[in-house]
Design a protein around this ligand. Sequence first.
Ligand code: HAM
Length: 455
Amino acid sequence: MIKAIKGTKDLLPSDAPRWHYLESIVKNIFSNFNYKEIRTPVFEVTSLFARSIGEETDIVGKEMYTFEDKSGTNVTLKPEMTAGVVRAFIEHSLGAQQSLNKLFYISPMFRQERPQAGRLRQFHQFGGEAIGSASPLLDGELIQIAYDILKALGLKDLTVKINSLGIPETRESYKNLLREFLKDKKDKLSEDSRKRFDKNILRIFDSKIESDQKLLEGAPTLIQNLDEESKRDFELVKEYLTKVNIPFEVDPKLVRGLDYYTKTTFEIISGSVGAQSALLGGGRYDLLVEKLGGKSTPAVGFAAGMERILLACENERSFPIRENCIDIYIIRLDNNLESEVSDLASKLRRHNLKVEFDYLQRSVKAQMREANRMKAKITLFVGGDEYSEQKINVKDMYSSVEQIIKIKSEENDKIIIKDIRKFLSQVRQQCGWMTTKGKHCKKYAQPGSKYCHWH
Ligand code: HAM
C-alpha cells in the first residue's frame, strides 16, 4: 500500500471544522486591521530563498526541497512566505501603487526537518507582512494581531518574547564583542556552535545544548549595545504592547533562525505543546526589499505554524467545534422514487438549503438512522399514499411534529420551498457543538439560532 510521505499529514473531514474555525479567525482579525490577502506560488527559483533567508541558515543549508525541473531550472518548494511576498511586491510594483502594503496569507510550506509532534515537512503558516513603513507602531500592531488571534482561539498558556537585533552596523560591532567573549571558550563549544562561531556567531544563542548555554552565561547582550535609533524604536514597541495589555518578556537571546531581520524580533511560545513550542515568530526586515532588487523599503511581519497552534488548542481544549448538521434529510418510502427524490433535493439545494438523501437503496429504517446521525433538522417523506395525492410529509426531528405539504400545485416548486422554509424556521435543531471536554452537546438550539443555551 502506498502511504503518505513521512512528515506530511492528511487533513480529514473530521479535522476540517477546526481548520475552518482557525482560518475564519485569522481572516477576520487581519481584516479588522485592514490587511489584504496575498497568494504566491508554491515554488520559486532557489536563489530567491538563498539570498533572502541566508546561505548559512539551517533552512537554506539543510531543509529545503530543491530540485531541477525538466527545463533545468533550479526550483524550491517554499519553506516560508516572506521571500515570495517580497518578490511579488517588487515584481508588481505594489509600492508604487500604495506606500504602505499590509498583506496576509495562509499557505502550505515545506521544510525537510526531522518530523516530531508539531514539526512536519509539509506544514501550514498564516502570517502578515506590512511593507513600506519603518514605524514601530506596525511592529506592535503585528504582535497584537498575532496575540489576538491566539487569544480568540481560547489559548491561555502563552509567552510573548521580544528582542531587538539593531541595525547591521550595531550587530557587526556586537558580533566582535561576542567573538571576543567566546574566543577562549571556542574549543568547549559543540561542533555546530563552533561552525556558527565562524559563520554566524549570533545563532549560537539558538543552541539547544546545555553546555553551550552555560558557556554563554555572562556574555554581553545585543540589547545592551543597541544604537540610539533601535533603542528608541524598541521602547516604542514596548510602549505599544503595554498600552494594548499584552504581557511580554524581553529575551536578549531571541536571534531567530533567518538572516533578514533588523531591529525588532518576536516569538510567541506555548507552554502546552512540548519541545516545538514556538507558535509563531517574526520581526522587522528593513533591508530585504532592497537586497532582492527593489527600492529601499522598510518592512515587518510574522508567520505562525497552524498545526502547532491547533495542537496547543487541542491540548488546552481551548475552543469547542461545531459538527456539520444538515437542514433536511429526504426519506424515500418507495425504491422506485429515487429520481423524484434526487430531483427534489436538487431544487432545495439550489435554494441554499443543506440537503441529503440515500444513494444506497437503504431501508426506510436505515434512512431514518442516517437522518439522525446527520442531525437533520427536518425530514421529508417521499412516497406512499400521500405522494400519490401529490403531498409529502414533513417531520420536525426534535418534537416529532409532522405536517403535510402539497407539492405539485400550479405555481409548482415555489410553494413547496416556501412551505418547507416556513416549517424549518419553526423547528429546534441539535446544537452540534462539541463541549470543550470533547463531548457532544446533546442540547437543542432555539429555532433560528445556532446555539443552545450552553454555547
Ligand atoms: P519561522 O520562525 O521559520 O519564521 O516560522 C514561523 C512559524 O512556523 C514557527 O514559529 C512555527 O510555528 C512554524 N513552523 C516552522 N517550521 C515548522 C515545521 N517544520 N513544522 C510545523 N511548523 C513549523 C518564518 O517563517 C518567517 N517567514 C516569519 C516572518 C514573516 N518574519 C517576517 N515575516
